[in-house]
Design a binder for this molecule. Structure first.
Ligand code: ADP
Ligand code: MN
Ligand code: MN
Ligand code: MN
Length: 343
């Protein structure tokens, strides 16, 4: 028997942007044998997280995914759903209600800014660094600064050790902006991993006095001056069994017609303030249009370069979800729209 540390993680009730919350539970057990089914339900004070009134404040945490945490001895990260006493899912529990399908695969490209003292990491005090250009996939102190690479590399190792399918990282177009990619099968598996990867990054930055800024357009123009700094997306790549194995132009066009039909329903869950980011500039399509194109980074949905050559087969990239979107809702909506199309 050992003392096992379980970090119970959940999403709070803040809108439009839920925050990650967590607290530690210590149990006795054998860390080598711990399984999700062994984990007890737990609770918290929902009146402190905008999830309950003070007079009936207990919200129940129900473990749904388990990951090793190598930063602490005998420790695990536990992703949870939130429930009311009545047994109903809490209204903020997006995971409980979404469509899922293990044959629909997702690859999320999470962009974000490192943020320090009210500005992106590496911005000079009170001003702007030299314009965008050299930062994307850049190398060297003047492009990435002294500390960002250390953080992103530690983040990769933490994700790998947790069994999270991180697929890569890169420095992004704006100074202080980075990206990591997470791949998973099914809306819940993929999105659980994304939320825990977000958690690991935010926690990792704490001792450096750095925050992770998830908002989609944190660098804005003062006094309506034009300002050429990218926003942050969470491009969502997806494929169904049918798209991977059969595909074809006819099916693809039907699928895109459904995406066009449900454009508003998609945009509604693609993250707050997306009108600030989906402007038609900075590799985006404007928020009120739906377009698709081969290799087109100005389209709503991009077909990867070989998609048509391969017979309209493979995966597609929905470029509209933003960095602050809830990946449960994004993936769930994509599956729901796919399910409206007959193969
Ligand atoms: P880019 O920056 O060129 O848009 P990335 O390499 O950053 O592309 O991201 C590509 C994403 O596509 C990755 O998240 C990867 O997991 C995902 N992906 C690749 N193949 C599939 C597939 N068959 N189904 C779903 N996602 C996929
Ligand atoms: Mn990318
Ligand atoms: Mn990117
Ligand atoms: Mn992309």
């Amino acid at each position: 028997m050992a003392k096992i540390k379980l970090e119970y993680i959940w999403l709070d009730g803040y809108t439009p942007l839920a925050n990650l919350r967590s607290k530690t539970k210590i149990i006795d057990g054998d860390p080598a044998k711990l399984k999700l089914a062994d984990l007890p339900a737990w609770g918290f004070d929902g009146s402190s997280t905008q999830q309950a009134e003070g007079k009936s404040s207990d919200i129940i945490l129900k473990p749904v995914a388990l990951y090793p945490d190598v930063t602490r001895k005998n420790a695990f990260l536990v992703m949870n759903e939130t429930y009311l006493h009545t047994g109903e899912a809490h209204p903020s529990n997006s995971r409980a209600t979404i469509a899922d399908d293990a044959n629909t695969w997702f690859g999320f490209e999470q962009e974000y800014f490192f943020w320090q003292d009210g500005a992106p990491l590496g911005f000079p005090e009170g001003g702007y660094p030299s314009p965008q250009g050299p930062y994307y996939t850049g190398v060297g102190y003047k492009n990435v600064g002294p500390i960002a690479r250390k953080l992103v590399e530690e983040h990769i190792d933490l994700c790998i050790a947790a069994g999270i399918n991180i697929e890569g990282i890169n420095a992004e177009v704006a100074k202080g902006q980075w990206e990591f990619q997470i791949f998973g099968k099914g809306s819940k598996t993929a999105a659980d991993q994304m939320w825990v990867a977000r958690y690991l990054l935010s926690r990792l930055c704490e001792p450096y006095g750095i925050d992770v800024e998830w908002q989609c357009k944190p660098v804005r123009a003062p006094f309506n001056q034009p300002l050429d700094w990218n926003g942050s997306g969470m491009h969502t790549n997806f494929s169904t069994k049918f798209l991977r194995e059969k595909g074809g132009k006819e099916y693809f066009e039907k699928l895109m017609a459904a995406f066009n039909k449900y454009r508003d329903e998609h945009i509604a869950v693609y993250g707050p303030d997306n009108h600030l980011r989906l402007t038609g500039l900075h590799e985006t399509q404007s928020i009120d249009k739906f377009t698709y194109g081969l290799s087109d980074r100005g389209a709503s949905v991009r077909m990867p370069v070989n998609f048509i050559k391969d017979g309209y087969k493979g995966y597609l990239e929905d470029r509209r979800p933003n960095s602050a979107a809830d990946p449960y809702l994004v993936a769930g909506r994509i599956i729901k729209t796919i399910q409206t199309v007959k193969v």
